[in-house]
Design a protein around this ligand. Structure first.
Ligand code: ADP
Ligand code: NI
Length: 200
């Protein structure tokens, strides 16, 4: 199959698999990550095909969507083999995807992994990130906030992860985009506490 047909088939696959997903990892998350990743890839002169393919597939088989079991390598291999994708390309995509996730704790080595990781992280901050964090927290039955026991709340996730992301961007382009989204999160928190204390 030619590259364009592989991308189209993969898009159709993830559309079927991720549509209606309720924790913020739905098809439109993938679509935004693809768009942002391609924007970064153009700026950074990365391989557009590998970037797009990995972006579409970056949450396939992910442990957080699979009851804690990581099946990404197995599922990506199954999808791409069916499309007669060359083995070398499949190996590369699996490597990129394995380096993208924050929770897997690996370092992004290739430029394409850095870019897809940045695009995924950008989708976790700003207005979209704000919407997603509460969708995810709710799906795990977490409280929005609890001043007596803040540890397990969704607001705590801002401090554990979201507010750190702007300094973890790999590419200069993503750093720039992250800054505005970061400021937006900070102003949300400020307003949140004000309303919480009935000061606004
Ligand atoms: P990855 O490990 O692939 O980087 P995460 O598992 O951190 O991704 O999930 C990314 C999305 O899920 C983000 O939008 C993030 O805010 C949300 N998320 C992850 N963990 C939590 C949590 N403990 N509470 C609320 N939202 C979370
Ligand atoms: Ni993602």
């Amino acid at each position: 199959m030619d590259q364009q047909s592989i991308l189209e088939a993969v898009r159709t696959y993830v559309y079927q698999e991720f549509s209606g997903e309720g924790t913020g990892h739905d098809f439109f998350h993938l679509e935004r990550v693809v768009k942002t990743a391609l924007r970064l890839a153009r700026q950074e002169d990365a391989d557009l095909f590998m970037t797009e393919l990995a972006a579409w597939l970056h949450d396939v088989g992910d442990h957080k969507l699979n009851n804690g079991v990581d099946r990404s390598e197995e599922q990506i291999t199954a999808i791409l083999s069916k499309l007669k994708t060359p083995d070398e390309m499949i190996r590369k995509v699996i490597e990129i995807v394995s380096q993208v996730s924050f929770s897997k704790g690996k370092k992004a080595e290739s430029l394409e992994a850095k870019i897809v990781q940045d695009a995924d992280r950008l989708d976790a901050i700003g207005a979209i990130g704000l919407a997603r964090v509460f969708a995810f927290g709710g799906s795990k039955n977490r409280e929005i906030y609890n001043p007596k026991q803040p540890d397990q709340t969704t607001i705590q996730h801002f401090y554990d992860k979201l507010l750190k992301l702007k300094d973890l961007m790999n590419t200069a382009t993503a750093q720039q985009i992250a800054l505005e989204r970061h400021v937006y999160l900070e102003s949300f928190l400020e307003r949140f506490y004000k309303e919480w204390n009935s000061e606004a």
